[in-house]
Design a protein around this ligand. Structure first.
Ligand code: PLP
Length: 344
């Protein structure tokens, strides 16, 4: 319309029609908004899918997928799943008659054994949060399809820069765009990407019926974040490598986990909570995937909803989201927080 090189923030709730039913593709902003369309098109392209659907949060996107199920259906889920996902399926959809079995999906055989006649979804999250369990998307998708179930991958930790689940056989990719895709800790959002037309119709129907859609400013912010995704992911990984290598050599630190890509690292230390309160560069906060480094103690902060369940995490676990700062600053910060000499 104007030559603007960036799709503007269309802050409008409705769109004027020329005649009854005659319009430019937009009627009401819950159903669609040009700022959202631009983001959704970009998300689909990044994941190699046909359709992207943006949601108000990662959990709203998860809820939209859960709404594809009916009473009596069953879900097979990775045991180390995002706490909110586990909570939604057990506490909300469980009450509505949806069954769930959580298994360690690093062994595809465990998922195969958990399949039941009414299993409709195989929920994969890889690398998982917070234990960084890496799972075989192709093998698990095959198991899902043999059981006439959909394979869904929460791709929040790897991002489409590192992993495209649809190309590995999955049916649905899900993101919390709050994390790496937005990348700047300034907005909350979610997304679903699919390639099957019927599945698209179903998710789209839930999106507009339930209405958990992001506003135009949030769409704009996520879309702006996407433009630097490749640069940020490379920097996150470089910093995570430096931090993981440092941690592996320190006394009192055990079980350092970094899957070899992306920016998430976790480790165990008996002084987990004290360390978490002493860092200065790493902010003590929930969430992840932003340009600034964050740390948290999952058991006490993000994973309380899974305490004493199949998805429980150790109390002495520290989770790091490595930002894009100078890696030497991150290592020095962890060293001082653990009372260790700062490496030269
Ligand atoms: C944060 C997160 C979610 C939930 O997303 P919100 O945007 O917080 O609703 C889902 N899955 C993973 C892996 C996450 O890290």
């Amino acid at each position: 319309m104007t030559g603007a090189v960036v799709v503007p923030i269309f802050q409008t709730s409705t769109f004027a029609q020329e005649a009854v039913g005659k319009h430019k593709g937009y009627e009401y902003a819950r159903t669609g908004n040009p700022t959202r369309t631009a983001l959704e098109t970009c998300l689909a392209a990044l994941e190699g899918g046909r359709w992207g659907l943006a949601f108000a949060s990662g959990m709203a996107a998860t809820d939209a997928i859960a709404h594809l199920l009916s009473k009596g259906d069953h879900v097979v889920m990775t045991d180390d799943v995002y706490g909110g996902t586990y909570r939604l399926f057990t506490k909300v959809f469980g009450r509505l008659g949806i069954g769930l079995t959580a298994v360690d999906m690093r062994k595809p055989e465990a998922a195969r054994r958990a399949m039941r006649p009414r299993t409709k979804l195989v929920w994969i999250e890889t690398p998982s949060n917070p234990m960084m369990k890496v799972q075989d998307i192709a093998a698990l998708s095959e198991i899902a399809h043999k059981g006439k179930a959909l394979a869904i991958v929460d791709n929040t930790f790897a991002s489409p820069y590192l992993q495209n689940p649809l190309k590995l056989g999955a049916d649905v990719v899900l993101h919390s765009t709050t994390k790496y895709l937005g990348g700047h800790s300034d907005t909350v959002g979610g997304a679903v990407v699919v390639s099957d037309p019927q599945l698209h119709e179903q998710v789209r129907f839930v999106q507009l019926s339930v209405g958990a859609v992001p506003g135009p400013l949030d769409c704009f912010l996520v879309h702006r974040g996407l433009r630097t995704l490749h640069l940020r992911m490379a920097a996150h990984a470089e910093n995570a490598r430096a931090v993981a290598e440092f941690l592996k050599q320190q006394p009192g630190v055990s079980d350092v986990r970094w899957p070899g890509f992306a920016g998430m690292v976790c480790f165990r230390h008996e002084d987990a909570t004290a360390i978490a309160s002493r860092t200065k560069v790493f902010s003590l906060a929930e969430s992840l995937g932003g340009v600034e480094s964050l740390l948290e103690v999952p058991q006490a902060m993000t994973h309380q909803s899974v305490e004493d369940s199949d998805a429980a995490v150790p109390a002495d676990l520290v989770r790091l989201s490595c930002g894009i700062e100078d890696p030497a600053d991150l290592v020095a910060d962890l060293a001082q927080a653990m009372g260790l000499p700062v490496p030269a």
